[in-house]
Design a protein around this ligand. Structure first.
Ligand SMILES: N[C@@H](CCC(=O)N[C@@H](CS)C(=O)NCC(=O)O)C(=O)O
Length: 196
């Protein structure tokens, strides 16, 4: 078995998989920065979805973080998620997709706080709605017993939102407390976004 995870240091979708694979010396991490010309050209040449992360299992490409998680789960014998857990993962991924959209729109010169823009208003409403859904679950989590793909996903998402300043998570103290409680979990330091 030869696994290569293709991703960037900054992507939260990549980071959660790096956290899952932390300590596994058999997996190669190939760094691609699609914000630079060379990385962009490489990514387009290997992935028609033109997104990170992707996994190569030998010659078999696997696209999308969730499908990569399912693939790795089968290899490592991680139990399938329950429907409630799948719903939590959908909520975290949707919050993150929304944040990534806002980041790209802002990078393209759009004022992401424009309240006359129907699309932006819907994006900006979605994030607190998801945080509200996640909060009763998140406040009960314990870093000693609950360090798993769901908490890895939440950590990567909440951290990234602050890093890119696409949404003010400090409005949600429970999410800040979650970050604080989980900041010493395995792999957090090693997968931290490098300071440039
Ligand atoms: N649903 C995808 C989302 C992945 C995604 O949005 N990745 C971003 C990086 S965080 C990306 O590759 N963006 C490429 C672009 O904006 O062109 C997944 O779960 O893998």
């Amino acid at each position: 078995m030869s696994l290569t995870l293709i991703g960037s240091h900054t992507s939260p979708f990549v980071r959660k998989l790096r956290l899952l694979l932390h300590g596994d010396q058999t997996v190669t991490f190939k760094v691609v920065n699609y914000l630079e010309e060379e990385g962009n050209a490489y990514l387009k040449s290997v992935n028609p979805l033109n997104q990170l992360p992707m996994l190569l299992d030998g010659n078999q490409p696997v696209y999308n973080s969730r499908i990569i998680f399912n693939h790795i789960s089968k290899i490592k014998g991680i139990a399938p998620l329950t429907i409630d857990e799948e719903n939590i993962l959908s909520a975290i991924d949707t919050m993150l997709d929304t944040g990534v959209n806002l980041f790209s729109l802002r990078k393209g010169g759009i004022n992401i706080h424009d309240e006359s823009n129907y699309f932006l208003v819907r994006q900006n409403e979605r994030i607190p709605s998801i945080v509200k859904m996640l909060t009763p679950w998140a406040v009960k989590l314990d870093p000693k017993s609950d360090w798993n793909f769901l908490t890895m996903s939440l950590y990567s998402a909440v951290f990234w939102m602050g890093f890119r300043d696409v949404y003010d998570m400090s409005k949600h103290p429970e999410m800040m407390e979650f970050l604080e409680k989980f900041k010493n979990c395995p792999g957090i330091v090693e997968t931290d976004i490098p300071k440039t």
